[in-house]
Write a protein that binds this ligand. Sequence first.
Ligand code: ZN
Length: 264
Amino acid sequence: MRIRIGSAGIPLICKGKKTADAIDCVSKLGLSALELEFVKRIYLTEESAREVGKVARKFDVSLSCHAPYFINLASKNPKVIENSKNLIAETLNIADICGAKIVVVHAGFYMERPAQDVYKMIKDACCQFESKAKLGIETMGRQKQFGTVNEIVKLTEDCENVAPVIDFAHVHARGNGGLKTKEDFKVILDKFDKIGVKQLHCHMTGIKYENGNEKHHLPLSSSEPDFRLLAEILNENQYNVTIISESPLIEQDALLFKSWIKSV
Ligand SMILES: [Zn+2]
């Protein structure tokens, strides 16, 4: 499948089910990807991860995992960095067991330090991991967070096990409404295409922003940014992408986006 569309966490309509049972529900909805949200805690045991993996393969639902939010690989406190690395290793282990292709991570904060110093800290930490699943470093939506598009391009080039995670809403917010035209979206896709990324993992939601910082998520109908432009690009080009909906209308907006895609 060249384009997979899925949900961040279990779709609202499938709630109340164990993850393994929710995958059946995801597939019946017409979605082909699911991001397991370990943002507060890594809630799958190795045993349940094995079961989830089995069901995901059966229904051809591609899995990814979102690592906990409190990770900071550029903390001024070495203990926080150590703890962050352990959480990433733990998430990668569960990802490998369930067959998830990528673990999404928010890498860290600048905390008034030069961007290149923070880059080096994050690079040194990221390059250490070894796993089947890729370490997915996300483009972030606030000025104080590490994760501009160019930083993620460079990190993808510098660390073999790192893959980019393009959160278009974050890029849009950080640029204070920066994604206005089809070309604005395409420039980003092409940056990663140019460095040989064959499979792009993306997040999708509308977003409220102020002064170059994200405020909160909005439905796709906000057109902030306008994801129909991305759909057009995907219809006209051959990128391999997984689009994960993080909209407040998780599955509804995932299916809306799917309706704009000619062949999925
Ligand atoms: Zn994220």
